[in-house]
Design a protein around this ligand. Structure first.
Ligand SMILES: [Zn+2]
Length: 186
């Protein structure tokens, strides 16, 4: 799967940040994708993903295959946030834990927590495997401090995932994915 890094709306003020991600990806992108696929036992769709550097909070538009990354993320932590957003794309590509939009066009908080609990069952171990424990830990601390609609959904989901050890997380992830696939068949 090709991942392209672009300045949002062609705004050149993000260029130095964009270049950091582009350089990182040219060195390590294939390894990142392989590691995510290996821990999740799921495959990305082969269609390209565009990553826009911009000045808002980081999120993904999975149907459009677009990721938006905040330009001021600490460079090291930013790699794990990028992987976080790619994990949303991976779940989407496999039809798993898709949030439903409510009347206000938002995915309800409860569904966001479900998706993040699932992602965090692999995200820590993917980042640890790629970058080492210190950066994986730093990234968890960073995310725990972020609020979504004034709610600590990341902290809740991280506390859930990290109550387990590595083997338990892998088992729990597999179990939940199986149950989504089974429900999709019924
Ligand atoms: Zn997320």
């Amino acid at each position: 799967m090709e991942v392209k890094f672009l300045n949002h709306k062609g705004n050149f003020q993000y260029e130095s940040v964009r270049l950091i991600y582009e350089k990182f990806w040219s060195k390590k992108g294939n390894q990142v994708l392989e590691t995510i696929e290996s821990f999740s036992e799921l495959k990305f769709s082969p269609h390209p993903v565009q990553v826009f550097i911009y000045s808002g909070y980081s999120f993904a538009k999975n149907i459009a295959r677009e990721v938006f990354l905040r330009n001021t993320l600490p460079p090291e932590t930013g790699k794990c946030i990028l992987i976080h957003e790619l994990c949303h794309q991976l779940l989407h590509d496999n039809g798993i834990a898709q949030g439903h939009f409510d009347k206000t066009g938002q995915v309800p908080i409860s569904e966001k927590i479900v998706a993040h609990k699932l992602i965090y069952l692999i995200l820590y171990d993917v980042c640890e495997s790629l970058f080492g424990q210190s950066l994986a830990d730093k990234s968890v601390q960073f995310e725990k401090g972020l609020l979504v609609n004034k709610k600590h959904i990341y902290e809740t989901a991280w506390n859930y995932a990290l109550q387990f050890n590595k083997g338990q997380r892998a088992n729990e992830f597999r179990k939940q994915i199986e149950s989504y696939k089974k429900n999709a068949r019924n």
